[in-house]
Design a protein. Structure first.
Length: 299
């Protein structure tokens, strides 16, 4: 039996427990300074453990429950702010095998262009994520290292009238029972590193989808500026097949959305299925194509 709060490096997680899937329900809006959520993380324990860790930074982790088959276990939490970890400790060892971790959390929308932040440009405002290099942990507790790859399924509850773009294929948008919010659900992705997870909530217009390398592709831009995306869409239709031939590798995801977001300083970001670029309201920033997801130069 192992106690694996971390590896020998206090800033790294042990690989005795590895993630397989994240199922994230996020409640957030550009009109609010805070967000909350819940998630289920499916993991595999390679051997019995009584302690392991998740990355979390600037988040309030409210509760963690662990399910092993039909048995539900309560974890004692220890927050390690210096190393951006939450250590989960159990009275009895958890056996090797599949484990489901249920987490409830809350956080503040940031203003430093990292994590989940409020992007602004003139009168435009949108919630924007930027997880590279290690800021996914400030949106949801996770195994926030590139070696840990897992599928990600987003469900986002937000105010009516906003558009939501995330990594997975959109499945449905439906009002909450009280009609005060809308819930946007997305399909799970293939396994990806946490720094390639992405979500944005804002007032966007989208080009009509076109098929590029066998998947639907759209450009999302500020309302009233969709005509400015025509050239980027044309370049995408040419560039992605060219890159596939050059690298000898097919584009690996189910869709190729690209979003011109307000308030973005990374130039471009190759999130899986949800590329980003800065896109201003006046068109003074170009909407540029991001490299095709994790299938390019990233491990």
């Amino acid at each position: 039996m192992q106690s694996v709060a971390g590896s020998s490096d206090p800033f790294r997680l042990s690989d005795v427990v590895t993630p397989q899937a994240y199922d994230i329900y996020l409640k957030a809006s550009p009109a609010r300074a805070t967000f909350s959520g819940r998630e289920t993380i499916s993991v595999i324990a390679k051997s019995p453990v009584d302690t392991f860790s998740l990355n979390a930074a600037t988040l309030g982790v409210e509760s963690v429950d662990v399910r092993v088959g039909a048995e539900r276990l309560k974890a004692t939490l220890h927050v390690d702010e210096e190393h951006e970890r939450v250590d989960l400790r159990f009275a009895l060892p958890i056996p090797a095998g599949r484990i489901e971790i249920d987490v409830r959390f809350k956080g503040h929308v940031r203003n430093d262009l990292q994590g989940l932040y409020l992007g602004q440009d003139g009168g435009e405002a949108a919630l924007v994520s930027q997880c590279e290099a290690a800021a996914a942990r400030s949106i949801f507790p996770c195994f926030d290292e590139p070696a840990f790859k897992a599928s990600v399924r987003w469900t986002v509850e937000t105010d009516p009238g906003y558009q939501v773009v995330a990594n997975g294929m959109p499945l449905a948008t439906a009002p909450t029972p009280d009609g005060l919010a809308e819930v946007h659900s997305f399909a799970p992705t293939k396994p990806i590193a946490s720094y390639l997870t992405a979500v944005t909530v804002g007032h966007y217009d989208a080009t009509d989808p076109v098929i590029v390398s066998k998947v639907p592709s759209r450009l999302w831009v500020a309302r009233g500026h969709v005509a400015q995306a025509a050239y980027a869409q044309e370049v995408t239709a040419f560039g992605v097949p060219w890159l596939e031939r050059y690298f000898g590798q097919d584009y690996p995801f189910e869709k190729l959305d690209q979003v011109g977001v307000p308030g973005f300083d990374a130039g471009a970001m190759e999130n899986a299925g949800d590329g980003r670029a800065g896109g201003g309201r006046t068109g003074r920033r170009r909407v540029r194509r991001a490299p095709p997801g994790a299938g390019g130069h990233h491990p």
